[in-house]
Design a protein around this ligand. Structure first.
Ligand code: ISE
Length: 334
């Protein structure tokens, strides 16, 4: 039984605590921490545990905790990861790994020094059936080389605290990770365009945005980031190959015929659309963490996403193509 301490009891942390407590095999939440004690108490109530901390550092030091799940705000991840690595504890870190390239490198170097694979990053979409089917199809090679990818990342509405760079760090980060994983190649450059602004946005957020990524082999990817689209949480992906076009299936939902209309529900929240994917990623981490094996997204993937995000944020400001320069994948992660 893997004894997990959860750092961060906001909506994502609470969602993971519920999952581990109700559905994950071979694991339980034994401790929780949050800077606001009331949130930590809520997490502890759901998990049925009594070890409650206000700091991640104290939770990590607790000898009852084998592994930590970090679901705090991105800028707080680095120190908790360094502390957990120093204690030799396995880590599941919600995306982003860290908010800057430098911080990701520091964490990656600390992990490599231990000689152990300790960190899995929470890019849950890699476990979503729709993306897995497309990846399998691309990898058969039957459809020729991928040439272009069209993606949408639409959300019904975002909070007033969501600003222009968050369209990269919070949102497009998933799409760039999915394409990197599906094509198994790095990006050469990225560019951002701003279409006409929607009336549904708020000050501080340019919405929608059109992001372009070009891979080293020349595949061109466009991502419509449209986070106040008002009609639902709508993820689409089409991979155009030399001999075929592969489009992700719609989420499973009953088709309803009523009042001279046929309709199908669109989910409105990522917790709903990706519920099974979240379950699968945590189960995978639990199943392999005991042996220091990371089959899901690892520290390199987190670093790679951070470098690409930095380039996209630069491109939001300059409007021209910005290069994506990585340090090259260390042998440790090959
Ligand atoms: C959120 O944090 C997520 O991870 C969702 O998948 C994404 O769609 C959303 O834009 C983020 O805010």
């Amino acid at each position: 039984m893997l004894k997990i301490g959860v750092i961060g009891c906001g909506p994502m942390g609470i969602n993971h605590i519920q999952r581990i407590t109700e559905r994950t095999q071979g694991a339980s939440v034994v401790a929780v921490s949050n800077r606001t004690r009331a949130h930590a108490e809520e997490g502890a109530r759901i998990a049925g545990c009594s070890r409650i901390y206000e700091s991640g550092a104290d939770l990590i030091r607790d000898p009852e905790v084998d592994a930590v799940l970090i679901a705090s705000a991105g800028f707080m991840h680095k120190q908790d990861m360094l502390d957990a690595i120093a204690c030799g504890k396995r880590i599941f870190c919600e995306k982003p790994l860290c908010t800057t390239e430098e911080d990701c490198r520091e964490v990656m170097e600390a992990e490599m020094k231990t000689g152990r694979h300790l960190i899995q990053v929470g890019f849950c979409r890699r476990y979503y059936t729709g993306y897995l089917q497309l990846r399998d199809a691309v990898r058969t090679g039957c459809y020729g080389e991928p040439l272009m990818i069209h993606m949408t990342h639409r959300a019904q509405r975002v909070a007033l605290t969501y600003d222009t760079p968050m369209a990269v760090h919070d949102t497009c980060v998933h799409d760039l990770d999915i394409c990197h994983w599906m094509l198994d190649e790095e990006y050469d450059s990225v560019q951002v365009f701003y279409p006409k602004e929607t009336k549904n946005t708020h000050p501080g957020l340019r919405d929608p945005q059109f992001m372009m990524l070009r891979t080293k082999s020349g595949v061109l990817i466009d991502v419509e980031v449209n986070v106040n689209c008002s009609f639902g949480y709508d993820m689409n992906m089409e991979v155009v190959c030399e001999d075929a076009s592969l489009k992700m299936g719609m989420p499973m939902a009953a088709s309803v015929r009523k009042s001279a209309r046929a309709s199908r529900e669109i989910p409105v929240h990522h917790f709903t659309l990706f519920a099974d994917a979240f379950d699968a990623e945590i189960q995978d981490w639990v199943d392999h963490a005991q042996e220091d094996i990371i089959t899901g997204p690892n520290t390199w993937d987190g670093y790679f996403a951070a470098v690409t995000c930095d380039a996209l944020v630069r491109a939001q400001e300059t409007g021209v193509p910005e290069p994506v320069l990585t340090i090259g994948k260390p042998a440790f992660y090959q």
